[in-house]
Design a protein around this ligand. Structure first.
Ligand code: C5J
Length: 223
């Protein structure tokens, strides 16, 4: 067992039954000039997660542990995109429109894929998800069962949307979730702070919160 300093209390996990989940680190959300920025967001709030996540990925892979990536997006004919999601808000561009990095959030487009710095290694599963949560309409639950995963170290974007939706459902499904504050990002600093506080509140109502350096230290002590 490995123990990480975390809030609201230390987080203990068995590395062999723990997956590092990397949520939606896609160009559409992170690249300057991409979809996220066209909506008026400051992508630097998300881009600060890339370096610590790349360092953690390197160590996690070196230890031979499970990594799973997700991508939010839709089929080219948008048949898996609920009309309500397509119509939501009043953005300058919508899902499926031709954006600066290809059709926005459409599978197979340049912008839909993961940023170069965090490209999946050969053999690492990439879960394509039409929703905000990583379990809805995906094979993630079956994959975790198959690999006997019981704990998740959760990273990615955005903290209050896809990370939160996934952690809440993972918690309901019985997974113990450690969310890494420096490896999750929100376009809104206030949502980042409150989103993390919500996870750890009430004795860890959805999970635990730590920094990637806490996990790296625990992995190094282990080896
Ligand atoms: C959003 C996500 N924010 N990956 N997607 O629309 O959090």
């Amino acid at each position: 067992m490995t123990t990480v300093e975390a809030r609201p209390a230390p987080f203990t996990f068995e590395p062999a039954s723990t997956a590092l989940l990397v949520i939606d680190m896609q160009r559409d959300f992170l690249l300057p000039g991409g979809f996220g920025e066209t909506l008026g967001n400051d992508v630097s709030h998300l881009r600060r997660t890339i370096a610590p996540l790349a360092a953690l990925l390197a160590e996690w892979r070196a230890a031979g542990l499970t990594v799973i990536h997700t991508r939010e997006g839709h089929l080219p004919d948008l048949s898996d995109c609920p009309p309500a999601k397509l119509a939501r808000g009043a953005p300058s561009m919508r899902i499926g429109d031709e954006g600066p990095l290809g059709r926005i959030l459409v599978r197979g487009e340049y912008g839909h894929d993961i940023v170069d710095e965090l490209a999946p290694a050969p053999g690492e599963p990439v879960i394509d998800k039409p929703g905000k949560g990583a379990f809805y309409a995906t094979e993630l639950g079956a994959l975790l069962d198959e690999r006997k995963v019981t704990s998740l170290v959760v990273t990615g974007v955005t903290t209050e949307v896809c990370v939160h939706t996934t952690v809440r459902e993972a918690n309901d499904r019985g997974y113990e979730c450690l969310v890494l504050a420096d490896c999750v990002g929100s376009y809104f600093p206030e949502f980042q702070r409150v989103g993390l506080d919500m996870i750890a509140a009430q004795g860890g109502i959805f999970g635990w919160v730590a920094d990637s350096t806490d996990v790296l230290r625990a992995l190094q002590e282990e080896s």
